[in-house]
Design a protein around this ligand. Sequence first.
Ligand code: FES
Length: 163
Amino acid sequence: MSDKISTTPEAELARNICASFGNKASELLEILHELQHRHGFVPEAAIPAIAKAVNLSRAEVHGVVTFYHDYRREKPGRHIVKICRAEACQSMAAEETCSHAERKLKVKLGGTTSDGSVTLEGVFCLGNCALSPAVMIDDKLHGRVTPQRMDELLGGLARKAAE
Ligand code: FES
C-alpha cells in the first residue's frame, strides 16, 4: 500500500478528530465514536489516516473497527431503528418484534432498506428494560414495542418522509 497522504474529506475529518484527541492511540475508541457521530459511519478511507495519526498499523485500527459491532462501516439509512435483543427484552418477545420489522422493511438486522430510508440494527440493552421490548428510533426511545406498535412507528417514519 502507498504511504501517500490521503486528501479525501473523510481522511481530513479523521485527522482533525485524532488531533482533537491528542493523536493518542489510547483514545482510539473515542476517536472512532466521534468519527461515526460526525460522518454517520467509519469509512474505509479514514483508517490509514487514523493509523498514521495515532501511530498504529492500519491492521490494528481495522481490527478494532471490525471487532466492535457499534461501528458502522457503510453509510446508514436516513433513520436508524435499533431493536434491543438483550435478556429482559427477549423475555418480552423482542425477537417477534425484530422478525416483524425485518419482514416489514425487507431487510435483515444490520442492513439498510433499498430506498436508503431505514437501517435496522440489533443492540444489547437500551437501558429501558422496565418497558421491554425496547426500540430506539434515531435518538428517541420507545417501550413495549409489539409488532403492531412497530408498524405504527415505521408508518410514522414513512409519513415523515412523504411530508
Ligand atoms: S434489555 Fe432491552 S432495554 Fe435493557
